[in-house]
Design a protein around this ligand. Structure first.
Ligand SMILES: [Mg+2]
Length: 185
């Protein structure tokens, strides 16, 4: 199977049926931060993000943020957004740091769901580690950093390949990822 194919897709983190996932045995959420949970401009969480946070804790989830961003950014965000832990400079799609983090926290792979907005980093990482994943639409493409723009250009080629192998999945992905690179709002 193509390593960039997510387990499922959603328009945003607010459209994921977390109760059903819990009923199916998921207990741990690994969130990408930037453009998945929050925009780059959301230095602290919004009321809507905190509401989701509270809902997830009430269901009973363990929440972790797995970010390629730096410590200061994630530390500030998690002062209000309640997490069980976070990993910064995660170097997704490389799996070494995340694999070690999963072991260290004694997380069971089959109970994990990784949620992210990028095929090249988040979804590739989940698939390499054998984790279920959900691809969500980026909240705001216009605030993306230069390194994310490079990943985005790779996505076009990846989607082309998926189109050859699994046209239906490619259509689903195209609905989530705007390959023109404009804002999705
Ligand atoms: Mg992201």
């Amino acid at each position: 199977m193509n390593k960039y194919i997510p387990t499922s897709l959603a328009k945003s983190v607010y459209e994921i049926d977390f109760v059903t996932l819990y009923d199916k045995g998921k207990r741990v959420i690994l969130f990408d931060l930037d453009n998945t949970l929050a925009t780059y401009d959301d230095i602290t969480p919004t009321a809507k993000q905190l509401e989701l946070n509270q809902k997830l804790k009430q269901i009973g989830y363990q929440i972790y943020i797995i970010s390629n961003n730096h410590d200061k950014r994630v530390k500030l965000f998690t002062q209000e957004f309640v997490v069980d832990g976070y990993l910064v400079h995660a170097r997704k799609p490389f799996t070494k740091k995340l694999a070690a983090y999963i072991d260290q926290n004694k997380l069971l792979k089959e109970t994990i769901i990784l949620i992210g907005d990028q095929l090249v980093t988040d979804i590739a990482c989940a698939n390499k580690l054998g984790l279920d994943s959900i691809l969500v639409k980026s909240i705001s493409r216009s605030t993306e950093k230069w390194y994310t723009k490079i990943n985005r250009s790779r996505e076009k080629a990846i989607i082309k390949k998926i189109t050859r192998e699994n046209p239906q999945m490619a259509d689903e992905i195209k609905k989530i990822i705007d390959i023109r690179g404009t804002d999705n709002e």
